[in-house]
Design a protein. Structure first.
Length: 147
């Protein structure tokens, strides 16, 4: 079944998942203090979930007759190497909030594809739950820092 509007919305979400800051943080192998182990585990779980989300979105795009966008390099996250995890958190929190807002914005474009809409809503809910878990695990001063 061809649905170019839904496939385009899914491609936009796929592109955002591919450029996720959480993936860059996980790939950059930050220094994690003993106090940050829980946060580090949450970030690793978020990165793994993002990989699963990319695969699910790719499958949905193909099912709708679309062509998945290629992965683009994320140049703005090149400064994440050799940092400690805490210093990365403001950027990661802001990026996760933006990703959640994008899912919320694009979800209505999938109304004509109930299966795709349901999958996107599940991913959106996972991102919100991950952000809540991350905020709960972080000290208040980290959350208050500007991104």
């Amino acid at each position: 079944m061809d649905n170019p509007i839904a496939a385009a919305a899914l491609n936009h979400l796929l592109d955002a998942e591919q450029q996720s800051v959480v993936l860059r943080v996980a790939e950059s192998t930050p220094f994690i203090s003993l106090e940050e182990v829980t946060v580090g585990n949450i970030v690793r779980a978020m990165a793994q979930a993002s990989r699963i989300h990319r695969a699910a979105l790719t499958e949905l795009i193909l099912d709708l007759g679309g062509q998945p966008v290629p992965r683009r390099a994320v140049l703005l996250s090149g400064n994440l190497h050799y940092l400690d995890l805490q210093s990365m958190m403001p950027q990661l929190l802001q990026a996760q909030e933006s990703l959640i807002a994008l899912y919320k914005h694009l979800a209505p474009r999938l109304a004509s594809e109930p299966g795709a809409a349901q999958q996107v809503n599940r991913i959106h809910a996972r991102h919100e739950a991950d952000l809540a878990r991350l905020r709960a695990a972080l000290p208040a001063q980290v959350i208050a820092q500007p991104g």
